[in-house]
Design a protein around this ligand. Structure first.
Ligand SMILES: NC(=O)C1=CN([C@@H]2O[C@H](COP(=O)(O)OP(=O)(O)OC[C@H]3O[C@@H](n4cnc5c(N)ncnc54)[C@H](O)[C@@H]3O)[C@@H](O)[C@H]2O)[C@@H](O)CC1
Ligand SMILES: [K+]
Length: 496
């Protein structure tokens, strides 16, 4: 499960729960109702002033207003901003509803505030701060900033919705000013910032379950696309990642090429393949986009070590194993490479048959293993239980013991680094075609080289690989090829 809840995790959970079929309007309804229930515990039937802005936080405020007037509270609703600025449909819907109620209900007064001169002190018993939540960016602009001052100068009991306005949701820091709340009602999980913040702003914290299912965090989903690093616009060659693929032997030339091409399709600038001479010309012939470096003869041997280390210096991540063969000498070389290569490593396919697990255990660098069931058993000498929960626990325990990230491929991919776990159910039976494992390994290495931490790169790679396979399945049915999956990868990136 995701442990910290920073704004990105919240946005992802929000989109994933929508993808699971739970509309955001339901989350907002639950959030607003929860705020009203907090007011009910503070005092019965009194005067409540709600300061709401035009984002989702404001939407929560509109919902709370509605529940309060149903219970006989006298509500002053200060809407700060312009109605045209209301972007989300759920906030707009709740703005319409509360205005409809305002026509009839004399205990609801709505004030529209465009500039700071209109911000009035209130003699309300309770103030609800529904101005800024996780969407706050930078210094508070007017009239929000003045509203914060007026709220802090009042002697009402102050209840902040989700985050006290003016607080950074991630760090909890307050650059210029923030609402000092007596109570903060936050949703789903305490935001990281609230846990580090000065209590004079947060007051006592209530965490409300608003109906985001745990699957929205445990499983990858379309929301996770938001995590993809944006390509720096002023980027120059190599800044967007460089991947080295070490693989191939005898007559296995396709696997390393697929991994390298998948890395390129994940948006890296440079994909190099280091392979035995016997396969380098066929790899070159697959695609002019690949930089191919010849090693010696027809399988990776001792004399290749220094070349490989030198090549790894100019890469940001290294994939080891695709089609590399299972010769003992190759295994000994790879053990040395895992020890000496100073970059994150993705160990895939044959490497999982010949690399010594203790080499992985002893290394302090970031290593991702991408086994399927049989490779998992061979590498870890551990039988995987059938039951999903037990399987997850086995993967978590093994990853923790080895201090690495494991991406166990299956109908549901299990990704764990020992303390965080994600599942991925994207993909379809067509993914069993040869080469999709190489594509996945290349994707994971590509994402690492673009700055994602290895655990995130592993679960994003798993989601993107499966989703590209789902797109391929739409045009080819189950008979798509690994190269078709590669060609669909950019479409998944475009989804965000
Ligand atoms: N993510 C979720 O699952 C849910 C979120 N909900 C609410 O939605 C909120 C997030 O909504 P939003 O992303 O719309 O963001 P916010 O509602 O936090 O506010 C962002 C709005 O304020 C403006 N703004 C941003 N920085 C500003 C500044 N420095 N000065 C003045 N105005 C500024 C922006 O233009 C934007 O319109 C959460 O805090 C929560 O209250 C709830 O509805 C429950 C569901
Ligand atoms: K707030």
């Amino acid at each position: 499960m995701v442990i910290k809840m920073d704004p990105m995790d919240i946005m992802v959970a929000d989109v994933n729960s929508e993808a699971l079929g739970i509309p955001r309007i339901v989350l907002m309804e639950n959030a607003g109702k929860c705020v009203a229930e907090q007011i009910f515990t503070i005092s019965k039937k009194c005067k409540v002033a709600i300061y709401a802005a035009k984002g989702g936080n404001g939407g929560d405020g509109f919902v709370a207003a509605r529940h309060l007037i149903q219970k006989g509270y006298n509500v002053e609703l200060y809407f700060i901003g312009t109605e045209s600025g209301i972007k989300s449909s759920e906030t707009r819907m709740n703005w319409k509803i509360i205005q409809n109620l305002g026509i009839y209900n004399s205990s609801l007064n709505i004030f529209k505030i465009h500039d700071s001169s209109q911000v009035e002190p209130t003699n309300a018993d309770i103030i609800i701060d529904a101005m800024m939540g996780t969407g706050v960016k930078g210094k508070l602009r007017e009239p929000i900033s003045t509203a914060v001052e007026v709220i802090n100068d009042s002697d009402a009991v102050v209840v902040a919705v989700d985050i006290p306005t003016g607080m950074d949701p991630l760090t909890g820091s307050v650059t210029d000013r923030a609402v000092m709340a007596n109570h903060t009602v936050t949703f789903h999980k305490p935001k990281t910032g609230l846990l580090n913040a000065d209590t004079k702003y947060v007051g006592n914290l209530t965490v409300c379950d608003i109906g985001i299912p745990m699957e929205a965090e445990l499983f990858t989903g379309p929301g996770d696309i938001l995590r993809l690093n944006r390509r720096e616009m002023n980027s120059h060659k190599g800044q967007n990642g460089r991947v080295l693929v070490l693989g191939g032997n005898g007559n296995y030339s396709g696997a390393p090429a697929l991994a390298a091409l998948a890395a390129l399709r994940s948006g890296v600038d440079i994909a190099m393949v280091a392979c035995p001479k016997s396969v380098s010309s066929s790899i070159r012939s697959y695609s002019p986009n690949l930089i191919v470096r010849d090693l010696s003869e027809d399988y990776v041997r001792f004399e290749d070590s220094s070349d490989i280390l030198e090549l790894s210096d100019s890469a940001d991540s290294v994939v080891i194993g695709c089609g590399i063969g299972i010769k003992d000498e190759t295994g000994l070389v790879l053990n040395e490479m895992v020890e000496k290569i100073q970059k994150p490593i993705v160990l895939d396919a044959d490497a999982l048959k010949i690399v010594d697990r203790n080499v992985v255990k002893d290394s302090d660098k970031k290593i991702v293993l991408t086994p399927h069931k049989a490779e998992f058993r061979a590498f870890f000498q551990v039988d995987l239980p059938e039951d999903l929960d037990d399987k997850i626990k086995t993967v978590e325990g093994t990853a923790a013991e080895l201090g690495c990230t494991i991406l166990l491929k299956g109908a549901v991919d299990i990704i764990s680094d020992g303390n965080r776990t994600k599942l991925n159910s994207s993909g379809n039976p067509g993914m069993s075609v040869g080469g999709t494992g190489d594509v996945l390994a290349g994707l994971v290495a590509g994402l690492i080289s673009k700055g994602h931490d290895v655990f995130e790169a592993a679960f994003l790679g798993s989601y993107i690989n499966g989703t590209a396979g789902d797109i391929a399945e739409k045009s080819y049915g189950y008979n798509f090829l690994a190269t078709d999956v590669i060609n669909e990868i950019p479409k998944v990136f475009k989804e965000k």
